[in-house]
Unconditional design. Structure first.
Length: 625
């Protein structure tokens, strides 16, 4: 849109809007429409959010039936072999963990044998998944949901009432409202051998529920009207502590509530009006046709105080009284506002250009808008970015040439020094341990300097990968073998997971070994004595074909947020030794393979660096797997 059209349109809209408000504003009608709209909106909001919750429960029921039908769940209770039992438990733990990662509202997934003893249990608290060890598994034979479910026919579901989660017979603090969905697990012969239970955290489900825009509050109750969710937490789950905090009692709706809950036609939605509030309620049927046990019904309600509705009417009246005064001010200020609006992008762009011209770095250039000014700003920003990239490229190229020259000259000199030290060591007195120790220290320092020069040469030389098909497990093993002495010195160890299951990847074997040597060396250096470096892999779908993800995770202190953007920059390091080129080399090698490097770190929890590589390799078509 051209500048002249902007000025015309903006001024015309202000004048037209002002005249329309003066001529058509009727306060009484607006208030009536507002109330009707609010009631309709509140009812619709309750219905939509109730449907969201209902869908979550349906998904959980389907997941429960699916897990109970798996071979592992049906065979574990009757498996006598210890090896077979451990294998099935591991398989089920992995399945449960995968499900919990996908469903943050699931707090527990358990397999319980017919005697009531937990066989497999995986917890999720605050997004952290915990596989419960055998010594922490509990006896649930006295819990009501176990007694109800174990006598059901296979394929049926039991849905519990919403209550507070208990462990070892005590209510968990902080309070965790849960719904348990359980189903019998039958052996291949059809005999019930246990039950499978999924716990849903009501609070997590309600995090996805939007608060009403009308200014009211959102509540959830059970069939009796007990508050399960309320902005005032002191009103929730009173029945667990001998209190009665119920919506029908608070708003004096006990008869109406009972008729609604017990009516034959069971209307799903209803509205109540009291002296103080408008209440829209929507039933949530947890059981429906899928469950075998007693019906479970929740009520989701939106409560809007009457004061909010009438307050809007009073506000409209006050606005009408001052509107004529505002109109005059709007017309007087219109032209000045339009001029300021139109010229502001030009002023901002000019200021940015002056700052860049004075040598300031990192100056933001606003590029919004599709008019002439916006296009100019976009072109200017693109030009600045291109100049920065060009300068950066030249700087790195010069740095690379200098690094190669210095490394080459020093390498020759170090080779002579190393050879002479080795000759002196061989010719020395074998009994002079002090002299031998000095030679050993000198040779180790020479080796350290050779490693630094090797990093400089690797950084300076940018060679295309010599790709061929290789096993990633073998590459990682080769990389870690060279670091075993360092790991032993630090009291650390390596743990590999799922690498043998990865397909062959088209890559440069030598460069990939260098990548994982650098990553594992950094991981060992980052953690304290006795830590584990965990190297795990998985095959994932990518935009252009399958990809291999290999994680290198340490148990160190984590990386502060302020230095993470600089980690892959050349010569940046937080250590007292080294060149700071390790991660820069890793990044370049991986990107030369059309891959990418990802970083995840939590303070106090450690750091994980992920290498993502396309299976097909750099510049090649996808192979047949």
């Amino acid at each position: 849109m051209k500048l002249s059209w902007k000025i015309f349109t903006f001024t015309f809209l202000i004048a037209a809007l002002t005249l329309s408000l003066v001529g058509a504003h009727t306060v009484d009608r607006i208030v009536g429409i507002l109330i009707d709209h609010t009631l309709s909106s509140v009812q619709g909001h309750a219905g939509r959010e109730a449907k969201v919750l209902e869908n979550h429960f349906r998904d959980a029921m389907s997941d429960t039936l699916l897990l109970a039908s798996t071979y592992a769940a049906r065979e574990l209770p009757a498996t006598q072999s210890e090896a077979g039992r451990l294998a099935i438990i591991g398989e089920m733990q992995a399945t449960f963990m995968t499900l919990l990662r996908e469903k943050p509202a699931y707090t527990q997934v358990r397999l319980i044998c017919r005697e009531g003893k937990e066989l497999v249990r995986v917890n999720q608290v605050g997004g952290i998944i915990d596989v419960v060890t055998e010594d922490r598994l509990q006896d649930k034979s006295n819990r009501y949901y176990f007694k109800e479910t174990i006598d059901m026919p296979p394929g049926e579901l039991f849905v519990s009432a919403v209550d507070l989660n208990r462990e070892e017979g005590k209510i968990v603090v902080p309070h965790q409202p849960v719904v348990r969905i359980a189903t019998p697990v039958a052996s291949t012969g059809g005999t019930v051998v246990g039950i499978l239970v999924i716990n849903l955290d009501l609070n997590t489900l309600l995090d996805e529920i939007a608060s009403p825009e009308e200014g009211g509050i959102l509540v959830v109750t059970n069939e009796q009207g007990d508050y399960l969710y309320h902005p005032d937490n002191s009103l929730t789950f009173g029945f667990e502590f001998g209190h009665e905090n119920r919506l029908p009692g608070e708003y004096r709706l006990v008869p109406q509530w009972n008729r609604w809950m017990q009516s034959v036609d069971r209307p799903a939605a209803v509205k109540f009006a009291t002296d103080t509030s408008i209440i829209a309620l929507q039933k949530i049927f947890l059981t429906g046709d899928l469950a075998f046990g007693p019906d479970r019904t929740l009520a989701l309600g939106v409560i809007v105080p009457q004061a909010i509705l009438h307050g809007e009417g009073d506000l409209m009246q006050r606005h009408f009284q001052i509107m004529m005064v505002i109109i005059c001010g709007l017309l007087a200020a219109a032209l000045g506002a339009v001029t300021a609006y139109i010229t502001r992008p030009i002023r901002v762009l000019t200021e940015a250009a002056n700052r860049i011209a004075s040598g300031e770095h990192g100056v933001p250039v606003p590029t919004g808008g599709n008019d002439e000014i916006g296009i100019l700003a976009q072109d200017f920003d693109a030009m600045v970015t291109a100049l920065k990239d060009s300068a950066r490229t030249k700087e790195l190229a010069a740095l690379g040439r200098m690094s190669a020259m210095v490394a080459h000259d020093l390498r020759n000199a170090l080779s002579s020094v190393k050879m002479n030290l080795q000759i002196l060591e061989q010719d020395g007195d074998p009994g002079d341990h002090s002299q031998a120790q000095k030679y050993d220290i000198s040779l180790r320092q020479v080796s350290y300097m050779e490693d630094i020069l090797q990093d400089l040469l690797s950084f300076a030389r940018s060679e295309a990968p010599r790709a061929d098909w290789h096993e990633m497990a073998e590459i990682v093993q080769t990389a870690t073998v060279t670091l075993l002495p360092l790991a032993a010195e630090k009291g650390g160890s390596f743990v590999t997971r799922n690498l043998e299951t990865l397909p062959r990847v088209r890559c440069d074997r030598t460069k990939m070994i260098q990548v994982f040597q650098n990553l594992v060396d950094n991981a060992l250096d980052a953690q304290s004595e006795g830590g584990e470096v965990i190297i795990s892999g998985q095959l994932v779908p990518g935009a252009d074909g399958p990809e291999v993800r290999i994680d290198v995770a340490d148990q160190g202190a984590g990386i502060p947020n302020d230095i993470r953007p600089q980690l892959f920059e050349p010569f940046f390091t937080t250590r007292t030794k080294g060149t700071g080129l390790g991660l820069a080399i890793v990044k370049r090698i991986v990107e030369d393979h059309d891959g990418r490097v990802e970083l995840f770190s939590r303070i106090g929890m450690g750091t994980t660096i992920t290498v993502v590589l396309p299976v097909a390799g750099p510049g090649a078509s996808e192979p047949t797997l």
